[in-house]
Ligand binder design. Structure first.
Ligand code: URA
Length: 425
């Protein structure tokens, strides 16, 4: 077979066979199909799409380019969770220990942030000593012992995705359903959990900009999961504004701690309880929201989180340390009314420029910088009241403050945001 023929076939809107997809992906992972041909293929998929059979073949071909994790040594139904990315998304930090606090084993591999989106690994690494690299044996042993581990994805898992994702990132081919679905689901299948909760984000800070596209992506991934025998549920969730209050690594860890101490915003606490209920159900555990909420705010989730931090070498004193930023700048409301818009993309990029995120993969992070919103969409605000604080290492100039301020939209009418837009199972 020749890569050029397969690129042409997709370019001309024809359907590829399983053999053709397997050949292309295995050759790319082996290094015999070069990046420039794979880029052309990704662009052809971007414009022409793939049918469900092609997406299934692509996903399974990608799984075959790496090892798969065997979690069978951990008793019980193992549940995993994955978000398609967003701004201020600290859900895993809270949801994983909350679910584990019910005795459901959570063996999770997470990723890093890029561009305006954050990554769970970076947030955990904001805690001094926390180790994200763990040998597979130690990972499994930790889950056997304390029921919870969050580590970095093994280098040996889904080699094709590592190569292809980096390529898509620089060739404007990330935001297409066949490539996102195969990327996410190949990793989830290889990571070995029995059940999977997918958080498909939608809105200006997400890859999917419309609810219709997010639903289509969610349905595609749920179908893929079920076909390989994994119980899979997707939730379509709002990413038009940052999730919760903090954006930035240490600041998000601190917000997660506040939530687990019962001091977080009610809306985010309830959102996490809703997700936990679905995740527990996937593991065969039926619990009421009231009991889940009690685990969240009553200390059980927090104890589990601390156990995990300690088991992975994290310093529990450092965990509670305030953010060490040289400047904290207040942003005050310029008029009275209701917060109508806090665009996630713009604030994600703002935080990235403060050092909280990476413009390119090789960038180093400043774990201490970021944003904390005291008002969110739908909240009433009076002129002069504090809307947010910016944590930075350099003093902010007029230009940055104007840029921030112009993205805080205040209106007379109140909009009511909805965190979970749809559940697809
Ligand atoms: N997250 C992934 O893991 N892959 C994608 O393609 C997009 C989001």
């Amino acid at each position: 077979m020749r890569a050029v023929d397969l690129i042409q076939k997709k370019r001309d809107n024809q359907v590829l066979t399983r053999q053709e997809i397997e050949w292309l992906i295995s050759s790319y992972a082996a290094g015999t199909v070069p990046d420039y041909q794979m880029s052309a293929f990704a662009m052809a998929v971007y414009f022409r799409g793939m049918d469900m059979q092609e997406i299934r073949d692509l996903t399974l071909a990608m799984v075959e380019t790496g090892e798969s994790i065997d979690l069978s040594a951990i008793p019980g139904i193992k549940v995993d969770k994955h978000s398609t990315g967003g701004v201020g998304d600290k859900v895993t930090l809270i949801l994983a220990p909350l679910v584990a606090s019910f005795g459901v084993p959570v063996a999770k591999m997470s990723g890093r942030g890029l561009g305006h989106t954050g990554g769970t690994l970076d947030k955990l690494e904001a805690v001094k000593g926390y180790q994200v690299e763990r040998p597979q044996k130690a990972f499994i042993k930790q889950v056997q012992e304390i029921g919870l581990a969050v580590i970095g994805q093994s280098e040996r898992l889904v080699k094709a995705d590592k190569l292809l994702y980096a390529l898509r990132d620089v060739t404007a081919t990330v935001d297409t359903i066949p490539l996102i679905a195969s990327s996410v689901m190949s990793k989830k299948i290889a990571a070995g959990a029995d059940s999977i909760l997918l958080d498909v984000t939608v809105g200006n800070g997400a890859f999917m900009k419309t609810v219709a596209d997010a639903e289509k992506l969610a349905e595609t991934m749920v179908t893929l999961g079920k076909e390989v025998g994994r119980k899979t549920v997707a939730v379509v969730t709002d990413m038009s504004q940052p999730l919760g209050q903090a954006v930035g690594n240490r600041l998000e860890v601190l917000e997660a701690l506040q939530i687990m101490q019962g001091q977080g915003r009610e809306d985010i606490s309830h959102f996490i309880c809703d997700l936990a209920k679905i995740m527990l159900k996937l593991a065969g555990v039926e619990e009421s929201l009231a009991v889940i909420h009690q685990h969240l705010v009553g200390g059980r989730a927090l104890r589990k989180f601390e156990e995990m931090i300690a088991a992975q070498g994290g310093d529990l004193k450092d965990l509670y340390r305030p953010a060490d930023a040289r400047f904290v700048t207040e942003i005050l409301a310029e008029e009275s009314g209701y917060i109508a818009e806090l665009p996630a993309l713009e604030f994600g990029l703002f935080a990235m420029k403060l050092g909280a995120g990476r413009a390119v993969k090789s960038d180093c992070l400043d774990y201490e910088t970021g944003l904390v919103f005291e008002k969110k969409v739908g909240d009433a605000v009076r002129k002069g009241e504090r809307v947010a604080c910016i944590y930075s290492q350099e003093e902010l100039g007029e230009k940055e403050l104007t840029e921030f301020q112009k993205n805080v939209k205040i209106m007379r009418e109140r909009l009511v945001p909805k965190e979970i837009i749809k559940i697809i199972s």
